[in-house]
Design a protein around this ligand. Structure first.
Ligand SMILES: Cc1cc2nc3c(=O)[nH]c(=O)nc-3n(C[C@H](O)[C@H](O)[C@H](O)COP(=O)(O)OP(=O)(O)OC[C@H]3O[C@@H](n4cnc5c(N)ncnc54)[C@H](O)[C@@H]3O)c2cc1C
Length: 375
């Protein structure tokens, strides 16, 4: 594709965040073009553990709790909608989650999580020490108890994103893979499109949803978009057919999980590393994964090692997404910074931003995520 082209909206970045947003915009009858510098869903969205479920909102600021709640309630609707538009079902392992408490502090934290979730209409309960094995037999005996929800489970991030992309195409959206936005184009104080190596694409509205790379697009509008890459490494193991395999997403209250996947493997991780754009897998990640398996699901230590991978989460200084208009440029928007919960938060984020672009007004919840908070 070369030369000039135009649309109502250009979304830059084909991870879960940009693709879901492009779909919601097209649903609102805005002709949308999605630009992806590589392939759809192959960066953080590919590396993800893909855990979704009731929000851990008791420890979050209220606006983040609301976004998580909105997303959780919207997930089933999104999956139904993309199934109807694409003709494909998204495989979702609806297996629930068990988080083990090994210290009194973790017991308190887990019980607070149960209380918040039950009060907000989610299914969750505290498992006493002698109940833990009945629910998840692979957990070792030294657990003091565990948080349990039968809701949620694991999705394969890139498969979900590919299905959203198919649904988007089916309703008239356009995707250009291997097409990087190299610069935001402006006319005075308005955005007019983006430049790509294949020519310009014009639109009155541009949304930057390029994950950990979004900050690179700020300088073309002399605006800082404070997103940094936070590396996460995981390993995959394949239990023998008669070997130990957790039945739920199983982790510790303070972080780290083993995630059974649809292909029979179990994903283990993830690390949190500030190493710039380095995506190498390292021996240290194995050490991290082995310690985690020994703690929550020791039977997995006999499983066959199958793969190791890394991805770059888009991080922000307050761990909250950045969503809303870029001040100073009419028509320029951003949606990124979803850090460790982009798969979980994608449905609510897409609806909030798409509604704001369609109606040209932000609701109060979206305002809380604005870029203005950094100035
Ligand atoms: C190991 C790991 C485990 C995780 N586990 C979970 C979990 O269990 N649950 C959960 O909810 N979240 C989890 N996350 C976080 C989640 O994966 C991310 O928050 C989410 O994938 C971010 O999506 P994104 O679309 O913003 O970014 P990305 O998926 O990185 O997509 C950004 C896209 O923009 C493209 N791009 C960049 N620059 C340009 C440009 N100039 N022009 C065009 N395209 C461009 C990139 O190629 C990329 O495809 C995990 C992440 C990691 C790494």
């Amino acid at each position: 594709m070369s030369g000039q082209a135009s649309a109502d909206v250009i979304v830059v970045g084909g991870g879960i965040i940009g693709t879901t947003l492009a779909y919601e915009l097209q649903k609102r009858e805005l002709q949308t073009v999605l630009l992806e510098q590589g392939q759809i869903g192959r960066e953080a969205t590919w590396a993800t553990a893909g855990i979704i479920g009731p929000p851990t909102a008791h420890s979050l600021p209220p606006h983040r709790a609301k976004l998580a709640e909105l997303s959780e309630k919207r997930y089933a609707g999104l999956l139904d909608s993309i199934a109807a538009d694409s003709g494909q079902e998204t495989s979702f392992l609806n297996i629930g989650k068990v988080l083990v408490a090994f210290t009194e502090e973790e017991v308190e934290e887990a019980q607070a999580r149960v209380t918040w979730q039950v009060n907000h209409g989610f299914e969750a309960r505290w498992l006493e020490r002698d109940e833990v094995h009945d629910v998840e037999p692979t957990i070792p005996d030294d657990a003091l108890g565990a948080y349990f929800t039968p809701q949620g489970g694991g999705l394969t991030g890139h498969r979900l994103t590919e299905t959203v992309a198919d649904a988007f195409r089916q309703i008239g959206g356009e995707i250009r893979e291997y097409t990087a936005a190299t610069r935001v184009l402006t006319e005075g104080d308005r955005v007019s499109g983006v430049e790509t190596p294949d020519g310009s694409v014009h639109a009155d509205t541009v949304v930057l949803a390029a994950g950990a790379w979004t900050s690179f697009l700020g300088p073309s509008v002399a605006h800082s978009i404070p997103v940094v890459p936070v590396k996460g490494q995981m390993i995959g193991v394949t239990p023998a057919s008669d070997g130990s395999r957790p039945q739920h997403v199983t982790g510790t209250v303070s972080g780290g999980y083993v995630v059974p996947r649809i292909d029979g493997t179990v994903a283990v991780g993830a690390t949190l590393e500030h190493n710039g754009f380095d995506k190498r897998t390292t021996a240290r990640a194995f050490e991290h994964a082995i310690r985690l398996m020994a703690k929550v699901s020791p039977g997995l230590l006999d499983a066959q090692f199958s793969s190791a991978w890394a991805g770059l989460r888009p991080g922000t200084s307050d761990d909250s997404p950045i969503m809303g208009p870029v001040p100073g440029y009419e028509g320029l928007w951003v949606s990124t910074g979803h850090f460790r919960t982009g798969i979980q938060l994608a449905p609510g984020s897409a609806v909030l931003v798409a509604d704001a672009i369609r109606s040209e007004s932000r609701d109060d919840l979206l305002v809380e995520f604005g870029l203005e908070r950094f100035s």
